[in-house]
Structure formats: C-alpha cells, structure tokens
Design a protein around this ligand. Structure first.
Ligand code: ADE
Length: 231
C-alpha cells in the first residue's frame, strides 16, 4: 500500500513511520508513506499557504491552490482517483471497520488540516472521506493521520508477525480482547489463572471468550450492545 500525506509538517510523519513496526513494514516494502510538504506548492516566494478568512473572524485558512497542486502532484500518474481522507473533527469517527476498509485500498491520500481550516472549495474538489479520530479538537491533522496509518498498516498481511493476532483482538466481533499473561506464574501475589496453565485448548478458548464478554460488558457497554445485535 502506498500512502501520500499532504501536510505542513512532513518531518512529524516521516519520523513516526520510520519507527518500530511501521518502520519494519516500510523496509519490507509492505507499506510506503510519502510525506508531501504543501508549502513546496506555494505560489509566492515566502512559501505562505494561508490567508485571512473571507467574512472575517479569528485564525487563518489554508488556501486552496497549494493543497490542490500537492494533490495533483501525488495523483497525476495514478490510473484512478484514490480515496482522499481529510482529517477533521467534523468527520465520521474513525473505527476498526473504517481501518479495514482503508487497508483494502492500494493507494490512499491523507490531507492534514490546520489553522482554522482549509478553503472549502478544494475540499469539495478532492476529498472523498472526512474523518475524525474522536470528539476532541487537536492542533492539526498530523497525529490523526499517523493514528490512521498505524491502524491501517497493521491490517496489511505480513506487517504483524502473527496475522492471527489482528483477527482475535479487540473490536473484532465488537468484543474487547481477553486479558493476557506471561511469565512468571505468580507476580505480586497474583497467580495466572489455572486454566491458562492447563494446556486444555478448548477450556482456554471458552475462558477467553467469557472474559471478553465480561470485559466488554463492564468497560464498553455501548460495544456490547453492538455485539448482541449482530448475532
Ligand atoms: N484535527 C483536529 N482535531 C481532529 C480530530 N479530532 N480528528 C481528526 N482531525 C482533527
């Protein structure tokens, strides 16, 4: 998968995608992320990309043309128009289902919002998905972009060493994941549940399912409702 991120802070994106699991996935050629600096497409010598909002009001608005030129530069050689995700608190809230949907694409463009917003006309022209990462307001779209890239990348076959772990984890089937334990068997007087030491695979599976249900019911009753209604 190839992802182009249109941003005013390319270093923030590049730094993160070269780290840890994402870095390994990039080295293995499973994902490639290009951070494209919108400022490089400014049409004035000061590389200014924002201006005052028509109608007045606080803050600055990112102008349409540099955003559009950056978009054109990353899409000009593509056979078809890719999904273009705009990070905004006004978007649909990102979830695991959306991550899976994006992971099925070969090409994605993410436009990181900034200042008081982006000129609406370029959004109308290029954006296919307005996406928020939650009901709070951040200073810019770079962290939301990275969150999406992380959640999407780990669903791409080969990115996680154990592909099964992406299937059995939290939110799959609208249940949270069961608790995990590793050595030692006793730590701070707390024992690993006997069933996990029993070697009885069926009982382990049953226990884990029960734990998932219990955990979802107490921590995320909203998710549990969805689990019940999907059956
Ligand atoms: N930009 C600012 N806040 C945001 C949010 N919650 N989600 C996506 N983009 C944003």
């Amino acid at each position: 998968m190839h992802i182009s991120v249109l941003t005013l802070f390319p270093d923030l994106i590049t730094e993160a995608v070269h780290t840890s699991i994402l870095g390994r996935a990039a080295e293995a050629g499973l994902i490639s992320v290009d951070a494209v600096n919108i400022r490089d497409f400014a049409f004035n010598k000061h590389h200014k990309v924002d201006d005052y909002p028509y109608g007045g009001g606080a803050g600055m608005v990112m102008q349409a043309e540099p955003v559009y030129l950056a978009y054109e530069a990353v899409t000009k050689d593509l056979q078809r128009k890719p999904r273009v995700i705009y990070t905004t608190p006004q978007g649909k809230v990102f979830d695991q289902k959306m991550a899976a949907e994006f992971a099925a694409e070969e090409e994605l463009v993410i436009l990181c919002g900034h200042y008081e917003g982006v000129d609406e006309r370029v959004l109308t022209e290029i954006v296919t998905d307005h996406v928020s990462i939650g009901d709070y307001v951040l200073t810019g779209g770079e962290l939301p972009a990275l969150i999406m890239i992380d959640a999407v990348s780990r669903l791409i076959p080969g990115v996680l060493h154990n592909d099964l772990s992406a299937e059995t984890e939290s939110f799959e089937n609208n249940l949270l994941e069961y608790p995990q334990y590793s050595r030692p068997e006793v730590w701070h007087d707390m024992r690993v549940p006997d069933v996990l030491l029993s070697g009885h695979h069926e009982n382990v599976e049953k226990w884990r399912f029960e734990q998932s249900v219990e955990r979802t019911l107490s921590r995320r009753p909203d998710l549990f409702e969805r689990f019940l209604s999907q059956k």
